[in-house]
Design a protein around this ligand. Structure first.
Ligand code: NAD
Ligand code: G6P
Ligand code: MN
Length: 445
């Protein structure tokens, strides 16, 4: 059977993750053939550096693909099948502020969790909705596969503001953790595991993991994680390739797992269970944004600039990773009805029986050409239910605040976050965030 060739636009063409997605697309042309690839960004200069290198790479590896980078929405979104979106409204400069402002008050600042995530959410909603609208105007049949963070808040906002749009919000953290699980188990691929998982984005638990014969892999994994977190056996011997902050996170997961010994947790729960530890462990003068700017951003841009200068990508040090493979698997599932089982962020609608029907949850889904069909997860225990209800209320209040321009709702959201100690501190952080975000947030009254 010949597969229909696809047309893709990457929104946030200047993202540090764009080259990985390009490499992954080029490695999978037999399974996911492409006729056209476009980049769209609102920062022409940033995008150009990635685009110039991509042009060299495509010329060498798949010259039949038509490639174009543009800042014009009509050109970008016309005649596309998929929008792969990963924008960062405010870029790293604002991420740095999200991380550092709460720390002035002794509160952890993080990209997607707590006050930092709330601030980022207030910036992202408008940018993501704008991209949906471009897609629907110029390619009404297209699907948007969205990585843009904070995915939990973005998903709630798109559910409310664009309920009928073909957007699927996704996260690579479970995939990254499952890769580590596969290593612990000595499996060749994470796809040898079938998982049951539920939660909100960056706020979930694995409840069951089996191999293809149905054997229960949880006991062995739990034994490992309660001792070592998600540090792999190889890393334990000193072979870690992770940056220090991620190494710490994967180790810290053991303390997160102890809270509910029968399940395996998402790493991001550490911010909610141990916020003071996280605050103490971080440095206000050098947060994760600084680490990313010094490492991933420098590496990606210097490598792209090198490739476009020497005009060959024969020895390119840009690699396809699991972040990229996940979004390509999702696009394939929709394009060719593969019915792959994937964790996605979808409206609850009874998937978790005893949880808010209108909450956006992250659960396994079977994905085909009609989109995701979520798999029911039954009732969840009181511990998780209590935590999730509090957190989903935070996310909904942020979206309320964005839609209605309400200072009060945003103050409530910050106060309700487990990461913020009290309402007074919440207000101090909020007032600083409002000042820092004046170019990005709606005006709050
Ligand atoms: P980045 O800053 O390198 O790239 C983001 C790009 O988006 C920039 O080139 C910027 O100019 C562009 N941009 C910003 N606002 C825009 C707008 N309104 N319209 C068009 N383009 C716009 O960031 P990055 O570190 O590569 O991450 C990109 C995004 O992917 C972030 O939102 C990040 O949180 C997200 N991400 C999500 C996951 C996940 O699990 N969901 C995983 C990795 C990254
Ligand atoms: C994981 C999460 C993403 C997040 C990323 C942050 O992959 O799932 O949602 O954006 O980590 O990574 P960074 O390297 O930018 O801190
Ligand atoms: Mn994520």
């Amino acid at each position: 059977m010949t597969l229909k060739k696809q047309s893709i636009v990457v929104a946030g063409g200047g993202s540090t993750f764009t080259p990985g997605i390009v490499m992954m697309l080029l490695e999978n042309l037999d399974k996911f053939p492409i006729r056209s690839l476009k980049f769209y960004d609102n920062d022409k200069e940033r995008q150009k550096q990635i685009a110039d290198a991509t042009e060299v790479i495509i010329k060498e590896r798949a010259p039949e693909i038509e490639f174009k980078a543009t800042t014009d929405p009509e050109e970008a979104f016309t005649d596309v099948d998929f929008v792969m979106a990963h924008i960062r409204v405010g870029k790293y400069a604002m991420r740095e502020k999200d991380e550092k402002i709460p720390m002035k008050y002794g509160v952890i600042g993080q990209e997607t969790c707590g006050p930092g995530g709330i601030a980022y959410g207030m910036r992202s909603i408008g940018g993501v909705v704008e991209i949906i609208d471009y897609m629907e105007k110029y390619s009404p049949d297209a699907w948007m596969l969205n990585y843009s963070n904070p995915a939990a808040i973005v998903a709630e906002a798109t559910r409310r503001l664009r309920p009928d749009s073909k957007i699927i919000n996704i996260c690579d953290m479970p995939v990254g953790i499952e890769l580590r699980m596969a290593e612990v188990l000595g499996l060749e691929s994470r796809k040898e595991m079938d998982v049951r998982y539920y939660g909100l984005n960056h706020f979930g638990w694995w409840t069951d993991i089996r191999d293809k014969e149905g054997n229960d892999l949880m006991p062995k994994l739990i034994d490992w994680v309660k001792e070592h977190g998600y540090i792999t056996p190889k890393e334990l011997e000193g072979a870690s390739e992770e940056e220090p902050s991620w190494e710490y996170t994967f180790g810290k997961a053991k303390e997160v797992q102890w809270l509910d010994p029968d399940t395996l947790p998402n790493t991001y729960l550490k911010y909610y269970f141990y916020p003071q530890d996280e605050a103490e462990h971080s440095d206000i003068n050098y947060t994760r944004a600084n680490e990313v700017m010094d490492n991933r951003e420098k590496h990606v841009f210097s490598e792209c600039n090198r490739i476009s200068n020497i005009k060959t990508a024969e020895d390119a040090k840009l690699v396809a990773d699991d972040h990229a493979s996940y979004i390509v698997d999702l696009a394939r599932a929709i394009a060719y009805n593969t019915k792959e089982r994937m964790l996605l962020i979808v409206p609850n609608h009874g998937v978790i029986e005893n949880f808010d029907a209108e909450g956006m949850v992250e659960v396994p889904c079977i994905v085909g050409s009609q989109g995701p069909e979520p798999m029911t997860q039954g009732s969840i225990p009181r511990f998780q239910k209590g935590l999730m209800e509090q957190q989903v209320a935070v996310e909904k209040l942020v979206v309320d605040a964005w839609i209605t321009g309400s200072y009060q709702k945003l103050w409530q959201a910050l106060t309700l976050s487990r990461i913020v100690p009290n309402a007074r501190v919440a207000k101090q952080i909020l007032d600083d965030l409002i000042e820092a975000n004046e170019d990005f947030w709606p005006v709050l009254k």
